[in-house]
Write a protein that binds this ligand. Structure first.
Ligand code: TYD
Length: 209
């Protein structure tokens, strides 16, 4: 394990099996006696969780794309300074369910705000806190929604329709090309155990475990 901790993020479309893999990773790190913490975005701190409620509120139809992007960045700013950076500095492996690449895929690409704008507001929010490793669970939204039996009607993002989620997926593929060193693409159409074997291999390859 590295002296200064590590920051790992998990990314993928709705229903990509990300949560299942996160559960397995947590179990693996617990059994291995690693110092780690699991967190999520939007969220992870009290303030960020409150911002999350506003962003994901399924009854809210007035929010502009710009407001949405800034709220994700605001939640992130608090999360980075209150939790991610201190825990990483204390030597922990910090595992985060979604992070900056969600903003690239959802806000820059799918909402059409563009990479420059999203990058700009997030440079300000992130204090250079880029992940050491990002695991992208690669499965198309068509396949993912079919597996989970449709979208969650209480979640504003999930309600956005299949056309939106296809754009999100394209966004992820573009971002994975842009950050080839950091983002490891994992074929998420396989069995849970096959996928998890790749997760462990990626962490070992980076000397995180
Ligand atoms: P969540 O219920 O955590 O989704 P999942 O279980 O699929 O991870 O809701 C988070 C939603 O917010 C999800 O639709 C992705 C979206 N999101 C963005 O659009 N931009 C972001 O920067 C982040 C962190 C999340």
């Amino acid at each position: 394990m590295p002296d200064k901790g590590a920051f790992i993020t998990l990314e993928g479309c709705e229903g990509s099996g990300k949560s299942t893999q996160l559960g397995k990773l947590k179990e693996y790190l617990e059994k291995g006696g690693y110092e780690f913490s699991v967190t999520r975005e939007p969220g992870g701190t009290e303030i960020s969780e409150r911002v999350r409620e506003i962003i994901l509120d399924g009854n809210e139809t007035r929010m502009t794309a710009e407001t949405e992007a800034l709220l994700f960045a605001a939640a992130r700013a608090q999360h980075v300074s209150e939790k991610i950076l201190p825990e990483k500095a204390a030597g922990k492996i910090v595992v985060c369910d979604r992070y900056i690449d969600s903003s690239f895929a959802y806000q820059a690409y799918a909402r059409g705000l563009g990479y420059e704008f999203i990058s700009g507001i997030n440079v300000f929010a992130m204090e250079n806190c880029m992940p050491d490793l990002t695991l992208f669970f690669d499965v198309s939204p068509d396949e993912a929604f079919a597996r989970k039996g449709g979208a969650d009607k209480d979640d504003r993002m999930e309600q956005s329709g299949i056309g939106f989620h296809r754009k999100v997926y394209k966004g992820y593929l573009a971002v994975a090309e842009l950050f080839k060193e950091r983002i490891v693409k994992i074929d998420a159409t396989r069995t849970v155990d096959e996928i998890f074997a790749d997760v462990v291999a990626a962490l070992k390859e980076r000397n995180i475990i």
